[in-house]
Design a protein around this ligand. Structure first.
Ligand code: NAD
Length: 498
């Protein structure tokens, strides 16, 4: 059995804990590898090594740091196909979707290549008599990222590319369910010329996460995963005096106004609701048609499309989506479907009976569709994270606007309409972090920022874009006076610009 260790000081090392986790191939259900689970002592040694390496890296000029990332972009292009297949076989998503996972990560690497410009400080000439003021951004030291299973390439790159470009050393704790691609990316960074110790991958579970939270030399932590863990990490890291940003779960609504182009809406809902088997934090999981006529017509068009979804293996290029990540994920989603039925929602399409005869042990589930879901139901309140679309019928626009605004999650939301007035009002008033207008998955491009509100995001800076440069640096402001020899006598009151 293949054993995946850790990537520390520029090379893969075996773990010493003796504890491992199974890494499945979701499409067959087989265990394909075991990943080592690190001890706090292994983490401590990796951090000490990273801290030593960071001193020189932080002093390396930003243009040279950018060149490593530029070379990395080329190397990922070279290995694109093999990385996408590795990702698909560990996660379950299809190969075209795995390529998208890598591509959205690379776009943030491209953004981080602009670091010489992004890290520039400010300068004021003559802020007072002979006084100039300037500011500079300096790296924090060693920073860490704890990432989820569902984007094994994109989210690690969202974290390590800006952090390393800013001159930090980075410690990545990826999901123990999909460790292969993060390990491969770390090796490519070394091949691209990154000094050993600047990007480390320490595999593990709660034990090593807790060690990261308590380690005195880790200055900042970026987390992405479920909201309960995000809350725990944010609270504990903040108590330890660390800078912290944690992104959590989601329940993304799509509001469908009566004037929307329903064929376009159905395409959008099918892709955004069921792509990657619904295992995306930006998946649409709630459709909100406004008015009975809109709802009836939408259901009439949606039902045959959900029934016709093509579920295949991860390497089936014709599949709409592949298996879920684990057998537990399948069981959890099936349980939610049973809960929805018991709560009184109308199960219009039931995906629980789907089977894949050629892969009988794979983690498959068909697409499901619920109608007449109400806000008090668990299937509305909780994140299902599977191929299940729920429909909540709203009487009017005000009710539709209130639903995502009052939901405890606030990651993404979309409105479908031909009315610019309604779209503009919605974008301004909805209480959610990322909004799409006729765009079902409004993940911003790399030079904006990504982050949800309410229990989808803890902390005040977003991922990637200009916020990431702020998150991974601290600002020093220098006030200088030349000529230095001016003698004004002692000044006992606070200096002012009066
Ligand atoms: P998860 O919370 O189970 O795991 C995330 C990370 O936390 C993993 O590295 C895991 O090892 C670690 N972890 C798990 N349990 C822990 C514990 N008790 N203590 C400390 N660490 C622990 O999430 P997941 O199942 O890997 O990912 C799916 C979740 O991530 C969904 O809720 C999804 O919405 C969310 N997500 C959010 C975003 C976003 O940007 N908001 C993006 C992607 C995924």
């Amino acid at each position: 059995m293949r054993l995946i260790g850790h990537f520390i000081a520029g090379r893969e090392v075996n773990g010493v804990s003796g504890r491992t986790a199974d890494v499945f191939e979701p499409m067959s259900g087989a265990v394909q590898a075991r990943v080592a689970l690190a001890t706090p002592a292994e983490l401590r040694a990796a951090v000490a090594d990273a801290a030593a390496a960071q001193r020189e890296w932080g002093a390396t000029n930003p243009q040279r740091r950018a060149r490593v990332l530029m070379k990395f972009l080329d190397l990922v292009q070279r290995d694109y196909d093999s990385l996408a297949e590795l990702l698909a076989r560990e996660h379950g998503k299809t190969i075209p979707d795995a390529k998208g996972d890598i591509q959205r990560g690379l776009e943030v690497v491209e953004f981080a290549c602009g670091i010489p410009h992004l890290m520039k400080g400010e300068y004021t000439d003559g802020a007072g008599p002979g006084i100039d003021i300037y500011s500079m951004r300096q790296p924090l030291g060693v920073v860490a990222g704890i990432t989820p299973f569902n984007f094994p390439a994109m989210i690690p790159m969202w974290k390590f590319a800006p952090a390393i470009a800013c001159g930090n050393a980075f410690l990545l704790k990826p999901s123990e369910r999909c460790p292969g691609v993060p390990m491969a990316l770390a090796k490519l960074m070394i091949e691209a010329g990154l000094p050993p110790g600047i990007l480390n991958v320490v595999n593990g579970d709660k034990e090593v996460v807790d060690a990261i939270l308590d380690d005195p030399d880790i200055r900042a932590i970026g987390f992405v995963g479920s909201s309960s863990i995000a809350d725990y990490i944010y609270t504990r890291a903040a108590r330890a005096g660390k800078r912290c940003q944690c992104f959590g779960g989601a329940k993304n609504h799509a509001i469908i106004m009566p004037d929307a182009d329903l064929d376009q809406v159905v395409d959008a809902l099918i892709g955004a609701g069921f792509g990657s088997a619904g295992e995306r934090c930006m998946a649409i999981s709630v459709a909100v048609p406004v008015g009975k006529a809109t709802a009836d017509c939408l259901m009439e068009k949606l039902i045959p499309r959900v029934r016709a979804l093509r579920i295949g293996t991860s390497i089936d290029l014709g599949a709409d989506f592949g298996p879920l990540v684990t057998a537990e994920a399948v069981a959890r989603v099936k349980n939610y479907i049973a809960v929805g039925v018991a709560e009184g929602a109308t199960l219009a399409v039931d995906g629980r009976g789907f089977t894949m005869p050629e892969c009988p042990n794979g983690f498959y589930l068909g697409g499901s569709l619920f109608d007449n879901v109400t806000p008090d139901m668990r299937i509305y309140k909780e994140e299902i994270f599977g191929p299940v679309l729920t429909v909540v019928r709203a009487h009017d626009y005000a009710e539709a606007l209130a639903l995502p605004s009052e939901h405890e999650y606030g990651n993404g939301v979309a409105i479908f309409t031909r009315d610019g007035d309604a779209a503009r009002d919605f974008a301004a008033r909805v209480n959610v972090g990322m909004v799409g207008i006729n765009v079902p998955i409004p993940v911003p491009v790399a030079y904006y920022t990504f982050g949800g509100w309410k229990r989808s995001g803890f902390g005040d800076l977003n991922q990637f874009g200009p916020d990431s440069i702020r998150f991974y640096t601290r600002t020093k402001t220098i006030t200088s006076r030349w000529p230095s020899g001016v003698k004004e006598g002692a000044e006992f009151s606070i200096p002012t610009m009066k």
